[in-house]
Write a protein that binds this ligand. Structure first.
Ligand code: GLA
Length: 497
């Protein structure tokens, strides 16, 4: 049987060897034992080339082509996030290889070599119908917003066992853990291949997940991991598609305490309207995994996730696209969260994305605003910097306990904007026990004097006690009016009573 298939394959290959028709694979080693695969499934009819390109999680359809086998250009498109993503490749047939270059990609893209592989290899797996909806039981975790660290913002794909151990050491040594940052979360690119029974394995960068979890736990910390409901993650690594229960059990057996579950690879198989059912699968799987695992939904705030996140067992859900280490990104995301305030509550939090504090492209004043705003928003505080080598000012921003106490306030109310004049705004948040957290933000790059009446900020009785949480000092001002100098892009954060 095998030899017949081989004969047919060789014959088919020989017949089409003269043109571009066929299934072509570009295999690029990731340097960790895994391979990034891009499949070009091409059909050439004269000067017309059609077909698909499957690049990690993206499935593109070729809709334009010019030239022939000696020199061709193909352009392909895929719908994503309500718009269209396009790629263009230039290439030529050289012997039995296809030589390709991606055109117009950001940065210099190296030339790629593709080899013929059997038809069908690299095709999208069959679609698994999403389950009927039902409410997933609350797991009882994350009664206050989760705090910890995640590898993505600083390390991206350069994360490995030794770095995670070093981070855990630093979290314990430099007071991060004692300030409340307990989760040490590995983001994308830890994944290896599945074993013959379908069990997910880590790649060469993580030789022993059990041992790593033991190490992190021995420091009084918890370990988090990352996956996707799709066949692939954003970086093209193995996702949990069709293996949800098996993966949840594997994570539990490794000693994992937190899962970030990133939609990315599911785009090609499911509509946005099916997200809830698809997330519910993993919510159910985690509940029966035998271990307490915080469930972090990462689908960039699509489909009003705040309305159904708790019902799929989600403890937190991203409310926006990816953050970056810039004032533009942090202020755009942070100041647009007000409309979601009513959805935050103990066990279930809006997540405007991980912190960029200490990553080097903002001023300390801007990082204090980042920390203050996230704390006012009752947002998860997941540090994203290299905590092994922080400056003392970054350390003081991240571990300011008076600010963290606002974030972690038990009542779990998310702040609202209560006053605004031009680029200056006041946000307030009711705290357990009757105090109010008040943040005066200056979004302008110039320093500004901000004056407002407490009554206009919704605080009926002028406060008798005002504590400045960055200066760590009581303020003497009394009366119905409050005035303060706020640095450009800065904040004055207060607890008033
Ligand atoms: C997405 C997520 C990021 C990060 C990367 C990893 O972009 O939103 O936070 O997890 O994937 O590939």
């Amino acid at each position: 049987m095998k030899s017949i298939i081989f004969f047919l394959y060789v014959t088919a290959t020989a017949c089409s060897a003269a043109d571009l028709t066929g299934n072509w694979l570009v295999a690029t080693p990731n340097g960790d034992g895994t391979v990034r695969r891009t499949y070009f499934n091409l059909k050439q009819q004269g000067h017309r080339i059609t077909g698909t390109i499957r690049a990690t999680l993206h499935l593109y359809s070729i809709d334009k082509s010019t030239g022939g086998k000696e020199n061709f250009t193909i352009t392909a498109a895929m719908p994503i996030l309500g718009s269209e993503r396009r790629v263009t490749y230039r290439g030529k047939l050289a012997g039995d290889e296809l030589q390709l270059v991606e055109v117009g990609a950001t940065g210099a893209r190296p030339a790629m070599t593709a080899h013929r592989v059997p038809e069908g290899e690299g095709a999208l797996p069959a679609r698994i119908e999403p389950p009927p909806l039902h409410p997933v039981r609350d797991n009882g975790l994350a009664r206050t917003p989760p705090m910890g660290w995640n590898s993505w913002n600083k390390f991206a794909n350069r994360i490995d066992d030794a770095t995670v151990r070093g981070i855990a050491d630093a979290m314990a040594r430099y007071g991060m853990r004692d300030a409340g940052y307990v989760y040490v979360n590995i983001d994308d690119t830890w994944e290896g291949e599945r074993d013959p029974r379908g069990n997910i394995q880590a790649n060469q960068k993580f030789p022993n997940m059990n041992a790593l979890a033991d190490y992190v736990h021995s420091k009084g910390l918890k370990l988090g991991i990352y996956s996707s409901p799709g066949p692939n993650t954003c970086e093209g690594y193995e996702g949990s598609y069709g293996h949800e229960q098996q993966d949840a059990r594997t994570y539990a057996a490794w000693g994992i305490d937190y899962l970030k579950y990133d939609w990315c690879g599911a785009f090609t198989l499911y509509k946005d309207s099916e997200m809830r059912a698809v997330y519910q699968k993993m919510g159910d799987a985690l509940l029966t995994s035998g271990r307490d695992i915080v469930f972090s939904l990462c689908q960039y705030g699509l489909s009003d996730v705040w309305k159904w996140g708790p019902a799929v067992g989600g403890n937190l859900w991203r409310t926006a696209g990816d953050i970056s280490d810039s004032w533009e990104s942090v202020s755009r995301i942070g100041f647009s969260q007000e409309r979601l305030a009513t959805y935050a509550r103990p066990g279930h939090w809006n997540d405007p994305d991980m912190l960029e504090i200490g990553n080097g492209h903002m001023t300390d004043a801007e990082y204090r605003t980042h920390m203050s705003l996230w704390s006012m928003l009752a947002a998860p505080l997941i540090a994203g910097n290299d905590v092994r080598g922080m400056s003392s000012s970054i350390h003081d921003i991240l571990t300011n306990r008076e600010v963290i106490a606002i974030d972690q306030d038990k009542a779990g109310h998310q702040a609202k904007r209560v006053w605004q004049s031009g680029q200056q705004e006041v946000w307030s948040r009711e705290l357990a026990g009757g105090d109010t957290a008040v943040a005066v933000f200056n979004r302008s790059p110039q320093d500004a004097k901000v004056s407002f009446r407490w009554a206009d900020a919704g605080i009926r009785k002028a406060p008798s006690r005002i504590r400045d949480l960055w200066r760590h000092a009581e303020q003497k001002q009394t009366g119905p009016q409050y005035s303060v100098e706020v640095a450009g892009h800065g904040v004055v954060l207060m607890r008033v009573g």
